[in-house]
Ligand binder design. Structure first.
Ligand code: WTA
Length: 648
């Protein structure tokens, strides 16, 4: 946290009780029940989580529920389990075997439905393909795919044989793929020729080809044919998915893995340039994803559930794949953009499949508002019974619009706070219990003990802004950062003694409701995605014309935060051509999601006398605000004046 204290200006007094008709059918339906669960989770975590874990299938029951203390905890040690078995095989002995597991729609309008039995068969076959390609338990496999069923199939196939998957969102560039392949020492990468996004092809295989020039550990490439575009296939390295699948057996036993076996690595941005490989293990993660899906989304056997996240993000891992499939739910998946072929696409999908539970992001909601009420108004959304939000604080106006236009004032809204590192939702209303306030993620779920503290770890009082911490370990927490345990301890456990520090600022109101105030470190939240300012700065500085760069966020109507880059050049003045070149350069180094919104050339950056860039001042300039804070440590006061002049 910077030296500034955190000030909160948001005042919101509206409150919405869960509708009686919802309460009467909810999985958790009374305040007493919630309080009792929460208290037990706090006082007796081992008993609480141990009882719940009995809902999973274990080849061998654990000896100990919880071993060790934060930061080094282990869950369900001695237990043997398999995530793929839990998401698939155990449903096959019930009527669910012919239930739709995935209802998928491609952007061009093509559709596929896979029942649990279908999914099981494809997963077993692909697990055998992976084995044939030399993948063994403990190896890492990179998945770089569009949002198509093969992504779910490949992840569950990895889980089945105990290969740790590392999924990279399709919007990342070749360089980002290479970095992640190298860090994880991936042996195999699964990709597609391309994917569809707003009618255009995303060139995935081409990016993989480029990345492999720099990532020597990858020996084999599997390519799904999705768009049909021409791609280069290198003999003895690249194979078509369909060819490999045509002659493998559909029998593949799920490997009995230790509960603490690493299920996946997922890279996320931290406050330094190098992405962090967040490691999640099997038993605890699965339990977290399963239970929170049931509590927060109130999943019922006949729900049609749609989480719009890409599986390339943690939200997709936990709430498109592992959580709902573990519960035997029907999951809707849509490959493409919300405004293709027009701005009604999401509502069309909800009407068509009679979606009942819908989980999306504030950035999407703000785009819907901008596109106009007539889009959702054209469609029948009466199948919806519950709405969710994730990724960033939802502003009260967007919340109210969601409540009115999409939920018809009938559907509870669950604003869920959590992170890649937490694996599962930590703070959220329970839809049948918690009165909601627009903009607040309300209260901790059972098993979660959170607090808002100052840097010494002292609890703060109502409406005092501070650091959000978790005081007690939980089963789905990250276990380490891949290959860098020291950084793991340093990042999450060194700021506040004895606690997990999330990196977010927050306050609790007089009712104990939590209001997230955003990141307190150098992490941007652009359209719900985490980007480090350092990553964008490193990308800029790698350009031959750039001497120095400072990157800050600024308020953006749709994306929440936009990216503003202050750049000093080695020589000469900036030009529009150079600006375009720099934007392209950042896209190439990181990916389209990091596209700068503004490039500002400046002869110098505001620095302290010790040489630290004063980002606070740059944030003010980027946002068009007056700087009110202290500038006495600024080395060269004229820099600020020059930057301000450019504004006019
Ligand atoms: C932010 C996404 C406010 C927060 C699941 C967190 C939120 C970061 C919310 C994690 C929310 C996520 N209200 N802020 N409901 N949900 N955030 O790892 O800053 O991509 O630290 O995980 O997003 O982002 P990540």
């Amino acid at each position: 946290m910077s030296s500034e204290s955190i000030q909160s200006t948001l005042q919101e007094t509206r409150s919405f009780a869960p509708p009686a008709s919802f309460v009467s059918q909810a999985n958790i339906s009374s305040v007493e029940q919630y309080q009792q669960m929460w208290q037990r989770g706090k006082d007796d975590p081992a008993g609480f989580w141990g009882d719940l874990a009995a809902e999973l299938h274990w080849f061998r029951k654990w000896d100990t529920v919880l071993e060790g203390e934060m930061p080094n905890t282990k869950w369900f040690t001695g237990g043997k389990i398999n995530a793929s078995f839990n998401c698939l095989d155990r449903h096959l002995t019930t009527w669910r075997k012919n239930k739709a597991a995935i209802i998928w729609e491609g952007e061009p309008g093509d559709t596929r439905v896979l029942t649990y039995q279908d999914l099981h068969r494809e997963v077993c076959k692909f697990a055998n393909v992976l084995k044939r390609l030399g993948v063994r338990t403990g190896d890492r496999v990179t998945l770089y795919l569009p949002l198509i069923p093969e992504l779910t199939i490949a992840m569950l196939a990895c889980a089945r044989i105990g290969a740790t998957h590392s999924i990279i969102f399709g919007g990342f560039s070749a360089d980002a793929v290479a970095d992640r392949n190298n860090d994880a020492e991936a042996k195999v990468i699964v990709t597609a020729d391309g994917g569809w996004r707003r009618g255009k092809e995303v060139l995935l295989k081409q990016a993989v080809d480029e990345s492999l020039k720099k990532s020597p550990t990858v020996q084999k490439v599997v390519v799904v044919r999705r768009t049909g575009m021409q791609v280069h296939m290198m003999p003895d390295r690249d194979y078509w998915w369909n060819d490999l699948m045509s002659d493998v057996s559909a029998d593949c036993d799920a490997v009995e893995l230790d509960s603490e076996h690493p299920l996946f690595i997922l890279y996320t941005s931290g406050s330094t340039g190098k992405p962090k490989g967040v490691v999640h293990t099997t038993g605890g993660y699965l339990l977290g994803a399963m239970m929170t899906s049931k509590w927060v989304f109130d999943l019922k056997e006949d729900d049609t559930y749609w989480c719009t996240a890409d599986i390339g993000w943690i939200t997709g891992h936990s709430y498109v794949a592992y959580g709902p499939l573990c519960n035997g739910s029907t999951v809707v998946m849509y490959e493409g953009a919300p405004n293709w072929p027009d701005e009604g696409r999401f509502w069309d999908i909800i009407e068509k499949y009679r979606v009942s539970v819908f989980y999306t992001a504030p950035t999407a909601i703000r785009a819907f508002i901008k596109w106009g009420d007539h889009w959702p108004a054209k469609y029948d959304l009466s199948s919806l019974r519950l709405l969710g939000s994730v990724g960033e604080p939802i502003n009260p106006e967007a919340w109210m619009w969601y409540h009115r236009m999409i939920g018809a004032e009938r559907c509870p809204i669950v604003d869920t706070w959590w992170q890649t590192e937490t694996g599962a939702i930590m703070l959220s209303p329970l839809p049948g219990v918690t009165p909601t306030k627009p903009g607040s993620c309300t209260q901790p779920l059972p098993g979660v003990v959170c607090d808002i503290v100052d840097k010494e770890g002292n609890s703060l009082g109502p409406n005092e802004g501070g650091l959000l911490v978790l005081r007690q370990p939980w089963p789905s927490m990250l276990r380490t950062l891949y290959g860098d345990h020291e950084r793991f301890v340093q990042t999450y456990f060194s700021t506040v003694p004895g606690c997990y520090f999330a990196g977010d600022g927050a306050r609790k109101d007089e009712d104990g409701y939590v209001w997230i105030m955003g990141r307190v470190d150098d992490v941007l939240n652009v359209a719900g995605h985490r980007l480090s300012t350092m990553e964008v700065e490193s990308a800029l500085v790698a350009h031959e014309a750039v001497a120095e760069a400072a990157v800050v966020g600024f308020p953006h109507d749709i994306k929440g935060e936009g990216i503003c880059c202050f750049v000093t050049l080695k020589s000469g003045d900036g030009s529009e051509a150079l600006e375009r070149d720099l934007i392209q350069h950042v896209r190439k180094q990181i990916g389209a999601l990091a596209t700068p919104d503004k490039i500002r050339f400046t002869p110098a950056l505001p620095k302290t006398r010790s040489g630290k860039i004063m980002r606070r001042l740059l944030r003010d300039i980027a946002a068009g605000r007056e700087s009110v804070g202290d500038t006495t440590t600024l080395e060269d006061l004229s820099v600020m004046a020059k930057l301000r002049e450019q504004e006019e």
